[in-house]
Ligand binder design. Structure first.
Ligand SMILES: [Zn+2]
Ligand SMILES: [Zn+2]
Length: 829
């Protein structure tokens, strides 16, 4: 880091300091501004400065570097204000941004855009919204703050340009920064999902009774009110087994009344606190690890420790239900004992209350949860807790890796094979698993990748000795892996030759399960009622007007919906091609399965889990809870039922259409198919008896099915790696995908062809395409794809990336292709 105190006074240029600033924009490079001498002392990497870009656009950018190299080509403008006293990100985060921009071919500004909470990103376009909850006590504001706060309280929201008219232009950003810090307003943000915070009353023990002696004394000298004592005992029991105690749970457990609880609250023995269920404020910072590892887990833990002494990354391959989490918990405990921070990443959908509760029970207030649905204020609060080191264990989805860790010791990427770790849009199109490994390296921290079905890339890296490898081959409690049976749907006659939804074998197995008081999970990777309606006489299928895809019929809404752009259409009753009135539903989705089940099992309690049925995070959690409490007999769902859930009473899992899983034209299809089926199967028989899995399939000879039936990951990987090697696919090569987008089909095709032609002299042997993707028009934009399959050679990879950037710029100088959008995707999924 450059220290302004080291100014060399003998150097004639010593007075002139410059800053390289990252702006939250997709600029090809960072710009430089001049630092007025009175600001030099206040500037260091990681603080925000207010700068003007172009004629009058203002931004709060982040200082990357303070230096004395005067730009030769232009006269830099002055920095207007320094906004922060201390950096809001550390050097390691800046290094991560730089790496990410470089590796994934985007700008550091785009990474900054993804990394920072909205509050930190001010620009002329920013809209400030008054925080109603803050009230209108403006007594602690200075004159300028008061002026803005008053205007905000009247108008509710103001653009930054409007605020500029209220104040002396040179003061705007610092004033806004102070108002944001004082929580009087927030930055308006279009929320992707309206998130309603769920509040609940939590019951806590008064801190003085955390001392065992004090508590014992209290209980020994208890007189009168025996019901209250019972209530207190129920509380202590719940606290011990569940971690946090909510008021409803306590009343239910103890059978006490609200009045009796009130008595204990009034005596000051218990405390009630109303707060969001996601936030873990007042939980004691104490570690309470109350389980013992099995022999196998203990062995895995030791192997993991040894492995991480030799290597920075270790793959923990543990079959479903082998208890990987408990091994992680021990590793996390060690890290926080050394005063380090831990980042624990999970796919967003697996971040359920079930997982959160369990970890919180072990780590209390040491753990914080980070996900995309926090409001802006909460996000800043959490940001600061991570930055100060107060938050020690951060549990979050992929974007949690952007938090300003101060002292990271361990990164865990659980379910590392999951494709949701890869961000698709917008840039940076990063893979959080790979970026997590890089982040760990910046801190000399260790990384654990965990999965029951590791990605081929990770497993190959482990085989090659690049990563350590630890295997856990036994399920916790020695429960057998489920028995897997295939149901050949070719042999089943249906009246109208439609697809089999519930085969007789499956029907029989479901009946048995319900009779035995066990639960059933049915998996189908399609939501809606049926993927499309088809004209019975000519085969015409209704398509989206803006996308080149058939529409999915949703029976509950009685609408046709495009799953690509979300447009909703009325159902069709007359064929547009031949005028016929008769339509059939081809294939089936989760809605249709639910309906069929209701007909077959009128008495069963059936629920559906897909993004149509489960809007918002709490609906998801609520459904999981109902299922946990055995208030649902049959759960039908998409991928949502697969991830990270642990149910005790599931005896049967049905995979309804394996052909659909194995039928994609993609080199990863076998890997995905194996992972999906093995993971779904793993939901069966987690406690007690061996579970059963029925796979309905026409193509019974598909090789992947054999490995799934035997739960034989090793043989599957061996065969799959051989075929990848033969055809030169990852992990034996690196893929880069270029996507082209334009509203005219000729233009997009011409642009893709042009880039391919330019790449040919050097990279000709590695090009696949250009070609139109299966769905070649989305939202009225035509698409083309060009794949580049490079041998594993870092030099060549870099050369290719450089070429892509150069050629894209070149393409945009050609008049017909000026507005073609070119999107590079490195290691696409
Ligand atoms: Zn027709
Ligand atoms: Zn569409």
């Amino acid at each position: 880091m450059t220290e302004p105190a080291h100014i060399d006074f003998f150097n004639t240029n010593a007075e002139s300091w410059y800053v390289e600033v990252i702006l939250p924009l997709a600029l090809p490079r960072n710009y430089t501004w001049h630092v007025p001498s009175e600001m030099v002392a206040a500037i260091q990497p990681g603080v925000r400065v207010e700068v003007v870009l172009g004629r009058n656009k203002k931004y709060a950018g982040i200082v990357k570097r303070l230096h004395q190299e005067k730009p030769a080509a232009f006269e830099p403008k002055d920095v207007l204000n320094v906004l922060d006293d201390a950096p809001i990100v550390y050097q390691q985060q800046l290094a991560l941004w730089e790496w990410m921009a470089h590796y994934y071919l985007c700008s550091e500004g785009e990474v900054m855009q993804a990394a920072l909470p909205t509050h930190f990103k001010l620009s002329s376009e920013t809209i400030l919204v008054f925080n109603e909850e803050a009230g209108e006590d403006f007594s602690n504001l200075d004159d300028e703050e008061f002026l803005v706060a008053e205007a905000l309280s009247i108008r509710n929201q103001l653009r930054l340009t409007e605020i500029q008219q209220l104040l002396d232009a040179s003061h705007v950003y610092p004033v806004i920064k102070r108002l944001l810090d004082k929580n009087l307003c927030f930055v308006w943000e279009e929320l992707k999902q309206t998130y309603k915070e769920k509040r609940e009353t939590f019951i806590l023990l008064k801190p003085e009774y955390h001392e065992e002696d004090a508590l014992a004394e209290l209980m020994n000298n208890w007189s009168r009110a025996p019901k209250q004592l019972e209530l207190l005992l129920a509380f202590l029991h719940l606290h011990k087994t569940e971690g946090e105690v909510t008021q409803p749970a306590l009343l239910k457990k103890s059978g006490a009344s609200a009045a009796q609880l009130k008595g204990l609250l009034e005596k000051g023995i218990l405390i009630a606190e109303k707060r969001s269920v996601d936030r873990l404020h007042s939980v004691a910072r104490e570690v309470n690890i109350n389980f013992t590892l099995s022999e196998q887990q203990l062995e895995a833990l030791n192997d993991l420790r040894n492995s991480l002494e030799q290597k920075a990354v270790c793959l923990l391959h543990g079959i479903t239900s082998s208890g990987k989490t408990q091994v992680y918990v021990k590793m996390m405990e060690e890290a926080i004992k050394q005063g380090k921070q831990v980042l624990y990443m999970l796919p967003e959908i697996a971040l359920t209350a079930q997982v959160i509760r369990r970890l919180q029970q072990y780590f209390g207030g040491y753990i914080v949860i980070y996900h995309s649905r926090f409001n802006p204020n909460e996000r800043v609060e959490l940001w600061n807790k991570v930055k100060s080191g107060e938050a020690r264990i951060i549990l979050g989805a992929r974007s949690s890796l952007f938090l300003p860790f101060q002292n990271l010791g361990l990164v865990i990427c659980d379910e590392e094979h999951d494709s949701s770790f890869k961000q698709q849009d917008p840039a940076p199109r990063y893979n959080a698993r790979d970026a997590g490994i890089y982040l760990a390296q910046l801190f000399s921290a260790r990384t654990i990748l965990g999965s029951a079905t590791p990605s081929l890339e990770s497993y190959y890296n482990a085989q090659q000795g690049k990563y350590g490898l630890v295997e856990l081959n036994q399920r916790y409690g020695d429960i057998a892996l489920p028995e897997i049976m295939l149901v050949d749907t070719k042999k089943i006659q249906t009246p109208d030759k439609s697809k089999v939804i519930i085969s007789p074998d499956l029907e029989k197995a479901i009946t048995e399960s319900i009779l035995n008081n066990k639960q059933v999970i049915l998996f189908q990777n399609r939501r809606g009622y049926s993927p499309y309606q088809v004209c019975q006489s000519c085969g015409w299928i209704p398509h989206c007007q803006q996308c080149d895809v058939s529409l999915t019929y949703h029976k509950i809404k009685h609408k046709l919906i495009c799953h690509y752009c979300g447009t909703i259409y009325p159902t069709v009753s007359v064929c547009e091609a031949c005028g016929n009135h008769h339509f059939t539903q081809q294939n089936f989705g989760t809605e249709r399965i639910e309906e069929t089940l209701q007909e077959l099992f009128p008495k069963a309690r059936i629920a559906r889990m897909d993004i149509d049925a489960v809007k918002g995070k709490h609906a998801h959690d609520a459904l999981i809870q109902l299922f946990e409490q055995q208030r649902i007999d049959i759960l039908v769902g998409t991928q949502m039922v697969v991830k990270g859930l642990d149910f005790e009473h599931v005896a049967l899992v049905g995979i309804l259409d394996a052909d659909a899983i194995l039928g994609f034209a993609d080199f990863r299809v076998n890997e995905r198919g194996f992972q999906l089926m093995e993971q779904v199967s793993g939901r069966a028989g987690r406690k007690g008896d061996q579970g059963k899995v029925l796979i309905q399939v026409r193509n019974t000879g598909h090789p992947v099915l054999k490995y799934v039936q035997l739960h034989d990951y090793q043989s599957f990987v061996k065969a799959e790696l051989e075929s990848r090697h033969q055809f030169g696919y990852p992990p034996f090569s690196r893929m880069i995908q270029l996507r082209f987008r334009h509203k005219q089909p000729e233009v997009v095709a011409g642009a893709a062809r042009q880039i391919a032609d330019w790449l040919k002299p050097v990279f000709g042997a590695y090009l696949i395409g250009p070609a139109a993707p299966v769905v070649n028009r989305v939202r009225n934009q035509y698409l083309m794809e060009l794949m580049i399959k490079l041998p594993k050679d870092l030099h060549l990879l870099q050369q290719c990336k450089d070429q892509i950037q150069l050629l894209t710029a070149h393409l945009h100088q050609q008049p017909p292709y000026k507005s073609v959008i070119v999107t590079p995707d490195i290691d696409p999924i």
